[in-house]
Design a protein around this ligand. Structure first.
Ligand SMILES: Cc1cc2nc3c(=O)[nH]c(=O)nc-3n(C[C@H](O)[C@H](O)[C@H](O)COP(=O)(O)O)c2cc1C
Length: 226
């Protein structure tokens, strides 16, 4: 190779490296910026992550470390809320005797609840105004999912028993209970087929199937078209 061709090649390699380096760098606000390439794969992972969370109702009887539950609640705190009011309260139920009592106050989707020895091993009781709390609860379940912990949001709750058990003042507004534990079942989401509708069902192997409406059923562009 002639010297000028080699010099041209070296120059091109340097140019390519520099362009990669600069797109990975820092934006003018001084914040670290993620490169286009990294962002694409991170976004893809995030889409997959959101889609892979399923409600779990049967749990291994393994201890959940309190620190991990606290980390999950800590993520809930970062949810958006109207006027930044953050009108939520979370009561973590972790002590064995209380967990046992809580297992008697939640109602499960018919045919999907845990058998004896498959109950949740911890609970998070969510109190506060519904709309805002819903965003915090989504953070909770996604954060738990990131920690490899299965959850189910339960709205059918015997609140008078919960209030008595946990000494919750009457004025507090109950929202939902989130059940937690390491999953002992598999669950998948699928495009809803007309013959099945939206009913959650279990196959012969005990796998839970969750039909989801298709994008075209729930979205229209530039105007109402349903
Ligand atoms: C506000 C709310 C209340 C719910 N209440 C119950 C409940 O009382 N019992 C139950 O087994 N599941 C309950 N679920 C879980 C739903 O059944 C579940 O989210 C739905 O079937 C979709 O499944 P997926 O979470 O796996 O996508 C509730 C979910 C939400 C968001």
């Amino acid at each position: 190779m002639s010297i000028s061709r080699r010099a041209r090649l070296i120059f091109l390699v340097i140019l390519a490296c520099a362009s990669l380096f600069f797109t990975d760098l820092i934006d003018c606000s001084g914040q670290e910026r993620i490169s286009e390439r990294t962002l694409t794969s991170q976004a893809e992972l995030f889409h997959q992550f959101i889609r892979s969370r399923r409600s779990i109702r049967r749990f291994k009887q393994e201890h959940l470390p309190l620190e991990v539950i606290m980390k999950i609640v800590d993520d809930a705190r970062f949810a958006p809320s109207a006027g930044n009011r953050q009108p939520w309260r979370f009561i973590v139920v972790h002590k064995q005797e209380l967990v046992k009592e809580m297992n008697g106050v939640v109602m499960w989707l018919p045919g999907c609840g845990p058998a004896k020895g498959e109950e949740p091993t911890a609970f998070i009781v969510v109190l506060g105004e519904k709309v805002n709390c819903a965003f915090a609860v989504e953070n909770l379940v996604l954060s738990a999912h990131a920690e490899g912990i299965g959850t189910c949001i339960v709205g059918s709750v015997d609140w008078s028993r919960v209030k008595k058990l946990l000494k919750i003042p009457e004025k507090e507004q109950p929202f939902v209970v989130v059940t937690l534990g390491y999953a002992m079942e598999a669950a998948v989401a699928e495009d809803a087929a007309e013959e099945i509708g939206l009913r959650v069902w279990k196959d012969g192997a005990g796998k839970v199937h969750v039909p989801k409406k298709r994008l075209r059923e729930v979205m229209s562009v530039d105007g109402y078209a349903f």
